[in-house]
Design a binder for this molecule. Structure first.
Ligand SMILES: Nc1ncnc2c1ncn2[C@@H]1O[C@H](COP(=O)(O)OP(=O)(O)OP(=O)(O)O)[C@@H](O)[C@H]1O
Length: 261
C-alpha cells in the first residue's frame, strides 16, 4: 500500500490506543539507521538561570516523539541547541551522529519550525522559498511542491507581510520541508492553525514518521499530540522527568500533571 494513502485516512486507534495497526508499520530500513537525534548530558545556563540541566535522550526514526514540559522547562533551549543556534554550557547534541553545525547538507538532513519564525514582509511566499531553494541547490520543483503540501499555493504570490498567523505557520512548515528532510523538529507547529489545519498537520506528521523519518514536536497541546505521538519526553526545570512510549489507553494529561507537579 502506498504509505501516503495511510495518512489521509483516520488512524484506527485515534481516541484511545496509540498502538494500532498503522502505528506498527515498519519504516524503511535505510531511514531507520540514519536519522536520529541524540542528546547527551546537555546543559545550558543563562547567567544564574539553569535552563537545561544534564539532559540525555534519543529520538528514534519512524516515530513521532512529543517533547513536553511546563513554561520555562527548557524545551526551546534544547531544540535550539540541537539546531546549533545556542551553544551548550555542557554536554552535546547530535543529528545522525554529528553536531548540526557539522552537517554537510543541513536543509536535507533537518527541517525545523521554531517559535516566532521571521520572514521578510516584502517578499512573497514563493520568493522567500525560491531564495532558500536556490541557496541550497535544491530542485526547482521543490518550491511548488512544498507550497502545495502546506496548502499555500493560492497565496504563493502574496506578500508575507499580509499573512495571517496560520499562513505564516504554514510558510514556516513549507520552509522546513523544502529540503525533504529526514528529521523534522517543530516547536508548537499548530500555533495559529485553524481546526482543518490542525487536522491536516496531525495526518501529515503521522505520515512523515511512517515513511521512516524522525519527528520531534514540542507542544503544550496534549490532546492533539496524544493522537499521533508514539513516544513522550517530558522535562521540567531543565531536567528529564519522564521518557517512554505512550501505552495504549494511557492518559497523557494525567501522566504529564503527575510528573511535572
Ligand atoms: N536567551 C536567553 N537569555 C536568558 N534566559 C533565557 C534565554 N532563553 C531562555 N531563557 C530562560 O531559560 C529557561 C527555559 O526557557 P525555554 O524557552 O527553553 O523554555 P520552554 O520550555 O521552551 O518554555 P515555553 O513552554 O514557555 O516556551 C527560562 O527560564 C527562560 O527564561
Amino acid at each position: 500500500m502506498d504509505p501516503w494513502v495511510e495518512i489521509v485516512l483516520p488512524r484506527p486507534d485515534i481516541g484511545g490506543s496509540v498502538h494500532g495497526p498503522v502505528n506498527r508499520a515498519r519504516p524503511p530500513r535505510h531511514r531507520r539507521s540514519m536519522s536520529v537525534i541524540t542528546v547527551t548530558r546537555l546543559g545550558k545556563s543563562f547567567g544564574r538561570v539553569r535552563a537545561v540541566d544534564d539532559l540525555s535522550f534519543s529520538v528514534e526514526p519512524g516515530a513521532v516523539t512529543a517533547f513536553l514540559g511546563p513554561n520555562g522547562a527548557g524545551k526551546t533551549t534544547t531544540l535550539r541547541m540541537i539546531l546549533g543556534l545556542v551553544t551548550p554550557t555542557s554536554g552535546s547534541a547530535t543529528v545522525g551522529g554529528r553536531p548540526y553545525r557539522d552537517l554537510t547538507d543541513p536543509l536535507t538532513a533537518v527541517g525545523a519550525v521554531l517559535e516566532a519564525a521571521a520572514f521578510h514582509p516584502g517578499l512573497t511566499a514563493r520568493t522567500h522559498l525560491e531564495i532558500l531553494r536556490t541557496a541550497a541547490g535544491l530542485a526547482p520543483e521543490r518550491v511548488d511542491h512544498v507550497l502545495d503540501q502546506v496548502d499555500l499555493t493560492g497565496a504563493a504570490d502574496r506578500r508575507v507581510g499580509g499573512f495571517s498567523l496560520g499562513m505564516r505557520q504554514r510558510l514556516a512548515l513549507a520552509t522546513a520541508l523544502l529540503g525533504d528532510p529526514a528529521v523534522l523538529i517543530l516547536d508548537e507547529p499548530a500555533n495559529g492553525l485553524d481546526p482543518a489545519g490542525v487536522h491536516w498537520l496531525r495526518g501529515f506528521l503521522r505520515a512523515y514518521a511512517l515513511q521512516g523519518r524522525t519527528v520531534l514536536v514540542s507542544t503544550h497541546a496534549l490532546a492533539e499530540i496524544r493522537q499521533i505521538a508514539d513516544h513522550v519526553i517530558i522535562i521540567s526545570g531543565g531536567r528529564m522527568v519522564f521518557t517512554g512510549p505512550l501505552a495504549a489507553g494511557s492518559d497523557l494529561e494525567e501522566l504529564y500533571l503527575e510528573v511535572t507537579r
